[in-house]
Design a protein around this ligand. Sequence first.
Ligand code: GBH
Length: 441
Amino acid sequence: MTTAPLPPFPAGFRWGVSTSAYQIEGGADADGRGPSIWDTFAHTPGRIADGSTGDVACDHYHRHAEDVALMAGLGVSAYRFSISWPRVQPGGAGPANPAGLDFYERLVDDLLAAGIDPVATLFHWDLPQPLEDAGGWLHRDTAARFAEYADLVAARLGDRVKLWITLNEPFIHMSLGHATGVHAPGRFLLLDAFPVAHHQLLAHGLAVAALRARSSSPVAIANNYSPVVAHGDTDADRAAGLAYDALHNRLFTDPLLGLGYPPGIEPAGMRDGDLDIIAAPLDVLGVNYYNPTGIRAAEEDSPLPFELVSLEGYPRTAFDWPVVPDGLRDLLTGLKGRYGDALPPIQVTESGCAYDDTPDATGRVHDPERIAYLDGHLRAVHQAIEAGVDVTGYFVWSLLDNWEWAEGFTKRFGLVHVDFATGARTPKSSYAWYRDLVTRR
Ligand code: GBH
């Protein structure tokens, strides 16, 4: 483990932690919340590794005051959470559920009272089920519905949320949710999932306008990026690497930053003017990074033009993802290289890892691997800043152990351990490490 202190970061650098609504809130039926696609998916037998659901999760809906106190103790300057669309607008259209907005208003006011900037994501994959029944993200109208929902939220919280994030990882929602069916809504469309990309991007652009009409706070989107490591040395392997890079790393970012879709990708359903809406100026680009991806040419009969290969020679997390801090540095400098002056300031909106994290006999959780992971990735961010990339914040995924989508409760990402039987929270050794880092700055 590296013991040298981390180098200083620029003044005003935002130190944060991230969570998302369905992964922590519970309160699935509380105060008029409606079902989302994740409620439906989790309640379908065979979809979730341990058969669990997010019905209760971390019960953050009822324990948010304790969680804000944990963040105050951590000393972070920002908290990135997501707003549950089906809590705020259970039908996905029409009037707001005031009790849903009340919850987020209490949370935001508690954060502000604790000196923590509220950073709100409007969509972290939990689409209201009635919208899915009407076609979901395959249907263009969902983009308009999203802008109306953004308006409802901004009308209540526009004066207090310090940074808006429209969508979380639209690539993952398209690919795992609609192309391979591992996530809700569980569709298996492979490359026919592209309309999901276009309609999410359109939703983003329309929501940017809705947010700006109600709020003077900056607006961002959070994308997942995975630097591509091409395996094999044939022309076909290299072409496969480029194809995957276009899909994972450029499909969303190129049109957002005014370049239009990557060549060869023209989602069906595109209309005149859409690209202008999508390219609405962004104040911040949110970057979520976990690991690079190994790619080689696919077999002849494959439905996809590439094949994913495991990257060997790195330590691995409990998820079996390789630990490659340099990938974050290369990603950040690569974004600057590709987009140049069109690139807005970046905040790393998610970075973190899952480990076993079993409490010892005295109930403490020692997670030196997580400390090493965060230390390494923060050094990588610092190197990117030194190389001229404007990175203004870093959010650890996650504050709490939580409900990890298709993996249920089997993967722990938190700085704080959660006993899912009792809801008890226990800060891990990484919590103390991050607190010391953040409060020294
Ligand atoms: C994020 O997604 C989500 O925003 C968050 O909700 C989630 O809890 C968190 O990450 C942790 O999963 O190397 O081939 O095994 C991350 C999306 C997709 C990133 C899978 C890592 C590894 C693919 N992830 N990817 S592979």
